[in-house]
Design a protein around this ligand. Sequence first.
Ligand SMILES: Cc1cc2nc3c(=O)[nH]c(=O)nc-3n(C[C@H](O)[C@H](O)[C@H](O)COP(=O)(O)O)c2cc1C
Length: 159
Amino acid sequence: MTYLVTYFSRTGNTAALAHQIAMRLGVAEEPILEHGRGDGIWGSLTGAVGAALGRASPVGTPQNDPAGFDLVLIGTPVWAAAVPPAVNGWIDAHRDKCKQVAFFATSGGVGFDRTFSRMRKRIGKAPVAHLAVNADRLNSDETEEALDHFISNLKATQS
Ligand SMILES: Cc1cc2nc3c(=O)[nH]c(=O)nc-3n(C[C@H](O)[C@H](O)[C@H](O)COP(=O)(O)O)c2cc1C
């Protein structure tokens, strides 16, 4: 099985989770880079509205072609109980290249189910596994256990 771990992260939480996952799988992780959204309050506001409305924003070309992997893991923060426009943009650009997918997300604790359900609808495939982590429990025993469970679910997946 070959794995691509890709993720969007604005403040580093999802990046940290992506790193933990990638280390456990023995692969490198790749960020989704969004064009044109500022880091300030305006960027947050337009990002939240865009997420709520299911909008997509332009993202950079990935270094790794998702078509070359058996399973693509897509990581996202929850924005307005929905998917950030950058992740929607990545999905729109690459959905046809993803053979199998898994999702992971961080949030303040609200909106995981809705976010995963929207990702699933948009990509047109059910994830083989998903992992939801509260940002304030990133470095906890509970998250370690959830990570182990997530990784064993992935490894049980056939190519
Ligand atoms: C625009 C915006 C909208 C957010 N909406 C939610 C939300 O609906 N529910 C929630 O629990 N946390 C929400 N958060 C908090 C983030 O999901 C959380 O801090 C996440 O871990 C950030 O990931 P990152 O550090 O990878 O960017 C939001 C944060 C931002 C910036």
